[in-house]
Each structure stands twice: as C-alpha cells, then as structure tokens.
Design a protein around this ligand. Structure first.
Ligand SMILES: Cc1ncc(COP(=O)(O)O)c(C=O)c1O
Ligand SMILES: [Zn+2]
Length: 390
C-alpha cells in the first residue's frame, strides 16, 4: 500500500532502507526524511479522487508511510477548517485572510498529526516504549496515540509547562517527568536514559515520521484552496516541523503534477524571549545557535535550539519570506481581538502569528491584495495561566 522507497538524510543525503526503527542519520546526526515513488502514488492518488475520501489527514494515503491500513493509529486528526477571517482581514487591510484552525484536532493541537503517523510507525516497527521531550502539546498528543496503540508513553516536560498539558498527559496514561529546565534539558535526560530504559526517542525530527504527519498541513491547504497556494503563510515556529513538512508537501505535490513552481512566502514567527531562528535569519547564518534564558508564555515556542534549524532557514530564504519575533503581552492582547472578532479561542503561539501579521503589514512586507494564511496551531483552553487574568 505504501509508496515509500527509502529514508534520506536532509543534510548529507545518505540513504537508508525504510522498514526498520531509525532516529537520525548515523553518519551526520541530522534528520531523516521519507522519500516516495510519487509516479506510482499518482496512479491512484488524484486531485479529483480526493473528493470522496475520508475526512481526515489519511485521505492522502498514498503519500503516507504506513504499509497496512490496519496499522494506522488514528483519532480523526487533520482535515481541519480553513476559515475566512473577514473582520480581522479588514482590520489589517487585507482582502483575503484565512485561519487554518488546528485547535480542532484530537488533543486540541496540530501535534496530533505528527504523532498519529509516528506512533503508527513506531508500533509497527516494534517499539513498545515511546519517549518525548515536550513543550506541552506534543506530550499530550503522544500520550493519546500511545494509549490508542497500547504502548507506553514517557513524557518529559519543563516543570512550568501549562497545567492542562501535564494533567492531560497523566489522564491519558503517560508516565510524566517534570524537569527543572527547558525542552532541551528534557531531551538531554531522554538521551541519557533511553538505552537503559529501552525507550524509542520520538523527539521531533529525530525520527522520520512526525514530519510526514505535519506535511498534511500543506496538502490540505492546497486542496482547500482549490490547488492555488496562498501568497503568504505565517507559522509559529518552535522545532519548525510544520514549516519543513509543508515545504516537503509542496515539492511532493509539484512532482505529482498537482501544483506549479510557485510557493508561498513562508514566515516563521517566534517569541521575543526565544527567537533563535529570527536571530540567525537576520544574521544571515545557515544554522541557529542556542538561545539562552529562553522564556515566553507561548510554551510551544520555547525551543532554544532546533535540530532542523538549517532546513527552516533555507525555506524562509528560498521562499523569500522571513522571521519575526513578537512580545508576549502583544500575544495575549491580540488573542482577545481574534477571539472577539472571529469566535476562536486561540493559543498564544497562534496569537503570535496575528501580531506578526500586523507588524508585517505595517512594514509593507505583505500587500493588501495578497492571500494570507495564519496558523492557529492549538486551542487557548490549555493556557489558562496565561489568559485567566480576571
Ligand atoms: C501550539 C503550538 N504551536 C506551535 C508549536 C511549534 O511547533 P513546531 O515545533 O512544529 O515548530 C508548538 C510546539 O510545541 C505548539 O504546541
Ligand atoms: Zn546525514
């Protein structure tokens, strides 16, 4: 059923057979990406044929890595609404502003997409104990899909992760360890213990399949826009997996003959208190150094160092997009504006993109006639500590 040909290192292009549990490239330590025989996929996967398919991300079955349908671990992830935001659009002087609302996924964030695929593959390939460092939402998603798959989840989170994320992981049966530090410290703890404990490392971009789930964001956008990609995409970047995944989807869709060469200008939005990609982008660097004393209420953006930084920076530059940092106070203020004008209780990470949108409009970097998509990556309901100010 699957059209996977092999895994390929995103940095040194080394090639690996699919069909065995793998983390990163054993030669250079960089992320592995899944490659497909797209000509073969195109025989049964067509734009028209999609219309009658299941209303979740598994509608793109031929470009997903799972061999047998029976091995798909699903809670109904993906195929989220792409909403027109007329009032907000008018407020920032845009004729077409859209919100991809990822809060409607299982566990209320876009992390469900990646974990659905990664847990399906990890279980199929024989892993029984899955470990992840998480800023919050990835942990909840792993806990849910691991429960559904009947395998163990071990979630490592900073102690000050939003309480909803911590409670959610526990109620979903995960083993939760709170660390006095950042997500990078959580990752280090897993790396230290995983061999002894028999854990498979599910860190984003340190296994090949979470990005395959995230890439469906790109497929869905194209399909929902009738195969005309938007001019601009604003995405809240932590590890950047969604950006990398969408970019991969665009290339795959071009190879499938579904879209042309044009790409949206991709903007990575970060918090001023943790903006390694913005700093590296502005300095013209190819990769990003670790951001010290990272802090922001947008916990998903509190990622001081991302393994896929070189991929993110390359996408931002190739697409003629950019990187922009915004303040926490602005996120909280703008979240209420979005809520009151569009009816969505958005997460601070999503709010960051709306702040960025205003700044980019003021700076003349987005023209009034351009079609803009903003990602709301999760629900505001998990961030009551940040929002519930009386
Ligand atoms: C709500 C939310 N938005 C954005 C992000 C960042 O996502 P990515 O790691 O794909 O850049 C996260 C990551 O934890 C998140 O939870
Ligand atoms: Zn390599």
């Amino acid at each position: 059923m699957t059209n996977v040909t092999h895994l390929e290192c995103a940095s040194c292009n080394a090639s690996y057979a699919a069909g065995e549990l793998r983390n990163v490239c054993t030669i250079c330590g960089m992320p592995l990406l899944v490659r497909y025989d797209l000509a073969r996929a195109a025989r049964s996967l067509t734009r028209d044929g999609l219309k009658s398919r299941r209303a979740d991300m598994w509608r793109y079955r031929e470009v997903m890595p799972v061999e047998n349908d029976a091995d798909i671990i699903s809670l109904g992830e993906g195929w989220t609404p792409l909403l027109q935001a007329r009032r907000l659009g008018a407020a920032v002087g845009l004729s077409e502003l859209m919100i991809k609302d990822e809060s409607l996924n299982p566990t209320q964030s876009f992390k469900a997409r990646g974990m659905s695929v990664a847990v399906s593959m990890a279980k199929y390939l024989g892993a029984t104990k899955l470990a992840v460092p998480s800023a919050g939402n990835a942990g909840g998603a792993l806990a849910a899909y691991a429960a559904r798959a009947g395998v163990e989840a071990h979630v490592f989170m900073p102690r000050d992760t939003p309480r909803a994320n911590i409670a959610e992981c526990r109620e979903l049966g995960a083993n939760v360890t709170l660390i006095d530090g950042l997500i990078t410290d959580c990752a280090a703890e897993i790396a230290r213990r995983k061999a002894n404990e028999g854990w498979f490392d599910m860190s984003t971009l340190k296994e090949p399949y979470r990005v395959e789930g995230k890439k469906t964001l790109g497929y869905e956008l194209a399909e929902q826009l009738n195969w005309e990609l938007p001019d601009v995409i604003l995405y809240p970047a932590g590890g950047g997996t969604g950006l990398i995944g969408m970019w991969k989807a665009f290339d795959e869709m071009e190879a499938l003959g579904w879209i042309g060469k044009n790409r949206p200008r991709m903007f990575a939005v970060q918090a001023a208190g943790c903006a390694p990609i913005v700093r590296a982008f502005e300095a013209g660097e190819k990769s990003a150094v670790e951001f010290h004393d990272a802090h922001t209420i947008a916990s998903g953006l509190r990622v001081p160092k991302a393994i896929g930084d070189f991929l993110i920076l390359n996408i931002l530059r190739t697409s003629n997009g950019g990187a922009i940092a915004v303040d926490d106070e602005e996120m909280i203020r703008v979240a209420r504006e979005v809520g009151a004008s569009e009816g969505l209780f958005i997460c601070p990470e999503g709010a960051a993109c709306f702040v960025a949108l205003k700044l980019l409009r003021l700076a003349g970097k987005i023209a009034s006639g351009e079609r803009v998509v903003v990602f709301n990556t999760g629900s505001g309901i998990k961030y009551l500590e940040a929002y519930d100010r009386g």
